[in-house]
Write a protein of this length. Structure first.
Length: 318
């Protein structure tokens, strides 16, 4: 789904949807009460957010995995595999698996560190430890209560913050803000903190700054047609527009959108009409049918986090 505009402010729709938010809250609390948490002998770092839609989780997981590898650790990533059809526990192999098998984000994560997908994450954690993991990174796990977490890392865009501060579906929050922030050990604020995220955090929370860098230097001066099926595609389009490329047209799709044959043909024909190169995000690229991949360039992006040394004191926390 696309991130609704009214999630960023109070709107007539938020009031109409408020009763459904109360039902969501009740269901969330019941789910938490019936879940039993499993404890593991290796540290578990959970990376997540409090809002639905793109909060920067995937690039944060990648950046932390690379940092841990540099320190000599062997991190494995545990993912639910959202969008994938596989049942059971699977170690992701980007050369063998597709987004239909395991989801798009695990394919990206597996390029950096071993990544396991399972709808029951404790089973994946056991497999990862058996295969040599000495620290686990739980992707998108703040609202998952089946594993005991040693460190909880909040990824949040400073330009969006926590939206209108209301629960789904009246707002973007996956859980009440106050309770969620109490569990946060580290906050990675991506981009400018224009929504006052730092002010909302508790005093004990370690805060680091993240900058999402899109490598579009090779596109400078080129005519491009950009398309994206992510939570906030406007961020991608703005970055391309600022890169020096000539953005002649852009097309938005819903997050995790599966591209149909007709949509592929329409994008290819549109690029031909505009005499432009098709470009998209890496997350979209792994979902594309081969027909469209042949005509499209993925634009690499990475999250650079300043001040990661501040987190070393948490590595002994278990």
């Amino acid at each position: 789904m696309r991130t609704p505009d009214f999630w960023s402010h109070r709107h007539v729709f938020t009031w109409l949807l408020l009763p459904f938010s109360w039902l969501y809250f009740v269901g969330m609390r019941l789910h938490r009460l019936i879940c039993s948490r499993q404890d593991f002998d290796v540290p578990v770092w959970c990376i997540g957010n409090l809002v639905a839609g793109g909060g920067g989780k995937t690039p944060t997981v990648i950046a932390l995995a690379q940092w841990l590898q540099q320190l000599g650790y062997t991190p494995h990533i545990i993912s639910r595999g959202y969008g994938g059809h596989y049942q059971g526990v699977m170690r992701v192999d980007p050369t063998l698996h597709s987004a239909e098998d395991v989801g798009d984000e695990p394919l990206l994560l597996a390029r950096t560190a071993p990544c396991w997908v399972s709808h029951h994450r404790p089973n994946a954690a056991k497999k990862a430890i058996a295969e040599g993991a000495n620290i686990l990174l739980l992707d998108d796990g703040m609202q998952n209560h089946t594993i005991k977490k040693d460190v909880q890392v909040l990824a949040v865009y400073g330009s969006y913050g926590f939206g209108n501060h209301w629960l789904l579906p009246a707002g973007p929050l996956r859980e009440p803000l106050e309770g969620g922030l109490k569990r946060v050990d580290v906050a990675v604020i991506i981009g400018d903190d224009s929504k006052g995220v730092r002010d909302a955090l508790l005093p004990h929370t370690i805060t680091v700054k993240g900058k999402l860098e899109i490598d579009a230097s090779s596109l400078s001066g080129q005519r491009v047609l950009a398309f994206a099926g992510i939570a906030h595609p406007e961020r991608f389009f703005a970055a391309i527009d600022a890169s020096g490329a000539e953005l002649v047209h852009h097309v938005e799709f819903a997050d995790h959108h599966p591209y149909s044959k007709q949509e592929c043909q329409q994008l290819i024909h549109s690029a031909d009409r505009h005499n432009a190169q098709l470009i998209t995000t890496e997350k979209d690229y792994v979902r594309l049918p081969d027909e469209l991949k042949e005509h499209t360039l993925p634009v690499p992006a990475k999250l650079v986090i300043a001040g990661l040394d501040e987190l070393q004191s948490l590595l002994g926390k278990q």
